[in-house]
Design a protein around this ligand. Structure first.
Ligand code: PMP
Length: 404
């Protein structure tokens, strides 16, 4: 029997100030209405599951158990599986001491926030930016300042002007095929951004889960690489690089990493000890088993599929969207960004779109300080070309009827 004579425990009163600052993702709430099976969803943004290398993962799991035995299932070091750190370090011309394995790059963002952000510190973010980063940083009490962006990413001139009057601690950027816009920061701006932030003593956090998924155009150097060239030594680099195996292998193993100067890695190791001791040993060993022989071909498959899907989406938008609607043409990654005429608010538009069988994510939540009411994010990664054509046609109709 349930007793009803005791008053409920006052949970709101005991939740910490930090906890009070957290809120559930607006997007998660909105996605609930888009999950009807008859709705074509460009909202979710999941990697394409039909491309997951299931057989290779099965074999790697078996190989790892044969090779390492119980050690594959034992606790292991906080820093991460050494062969994996060595592999990552060699690619970046640094040492394993500059590489920390993380449980998803979402954890990297949380622990970086924990170690770098004091309450009230100014954190510069792109407008718009990755919503998950805002969620990770939020509990640590940042004061966000938005940096304007255009088709080539962060507007570095506008940033320079802003820095005349703003003392910032950290700048968070997604330079390749940004989530949510699909935009890429140009080479010239990368150089300027690295220089400018170094001169002002601002930590530059580069979040790069999509960099390997380029389907057109030429690869550009990471901010981390430019920072390393400038600094001459990994311990002097002010750029912190975060990436992940989620989009180039599978997200469910939750394997990711951070490259940074040793003093910061040292703090991240301590933060991670408190968070989860280490990333699952078995998962790291599986990933290490896959990086050489399976990952390159996997990246090729994913790139090709996403390239076709993005191309299809752009073509369908050309055909079905009314004049006055603007959109980005991504060179890689999973997302593109649509800007509608000013008078349309995409939050109520979502209901109308769902009624016509298509879903997107309204853009406003991606702005730390508001804005973007007339924007939306579309993901093409897990839809077939046929669904893309049908979904974009339905979205075009929805937009037209809102403009009438
Ligand atoms: N950063 C960005 C820009 C992302 O888009 C995502 C996933 N959507 C993440 C970080 C987190 O990815 P994961 O934790 O799977 O590495």
């Amino acid at each position: 029997m349930t007793r009803t004579d005791t008053p409920p425990f006052a949970w709101d009163r005991v939740v910490s100030a930090r906890g009070q600052r957290m809120n559930s993702s607006v997007i998660r709430e909105m996605l609930k209405i888009t999950q009807r099976p008859d709705v074509i969803s460009f909202a979710g943004g999941l990697p394409a599951p039909e491309l997951f290398p299931i057989e290779a993962v099965r074999q790697a799991a078996s190989t790892v158990l044969d090779r390492y035995g119980p050690a594959a299932l034992q606790y292991s070091t906080t820093e991460g599986h050494l062969p994996l750190r060595e592999w990552l370090a060699a690619r970046a011309s640094i040492t394993p001491q500059h590489v920390q394995i993380m449980t998803g790059s979402q954890q990297s963002l949380d622990l970086l926030g924990k170690m770098l952000i004091n309450e009230g510190d100014v954190v510069l973010v792109e407008a718009p930016t990755y919503l998950g980063a805002l969620q990770s940083f939020q509990p640590y009490g940042p004061q966000y300042v938005q940096v304007p962006t255009d088709d080539h990413g962060i507007d570095v001139d506008a940033l320079e002007t802003l820095l005349h009057t703003t003392r910032a601690k950290l700048l968070y950027a997604v330079p390749n095929f940004q989530n949510p816009t699909g935009r890429t920061l140009s080479l010239e701006r990368r150089q300027q951004l690295v220089e400018l932030t170094a001169r002002h003593g601002i930590v530059l956090v580069e979040d790069d889960p999509y960099g390997a998924l380029r389907f057109t155009g030429e690869a550009l150097p990471s901010l981390y690489t430019l920072g390393l060239e400038r600094a001459g030594h990994p311990d002097h680099n002010h750029v912190v690089y975060s990436s992940s195996f989620s989009k180039v292998l599978v997200p469910g193993l939750r394997d990711a990493w951070v490259q940074a100067a040793r003093p910061l890695i040292h703090k991240l190791v301590q933060a991670k000890q408190g968070a989860d001791l280490h990333t699952p040993t078995f998962n790291q060993m599986i990933v290490a088993e896959l990086v050489e022989d399976v990952m390159p071909a996997q990246i090729e498959r994913v790139r090709q599929a996403y390239g076709e899907r993005a191309g299809q989406m752009v073509q369908s938008m050309q055909r079905h969207f009314p004049a006055g609607v603007q959109y980005t043409t991504p060179q890689g990654g999973m997302f593109l960004w649509v800007t509608l005429p000013e008078q349309i608010d995409t939050a109520p538009l979502l209901q109308q779109a769902v009624a016509r069988g298509v879903a997107f994510v309204p853009g406003a939540p991606f702005f730390a300080l508001g804005g973007g009411h007339n924007t939306m994010r579309l993901s093409y990664s897990s839809a077939t070309p046929e669904q893309i054509e049908r979904g974009i046609a339905a979205l075009g109709e929805t937009i037209r009827s809102a403009l009438d």
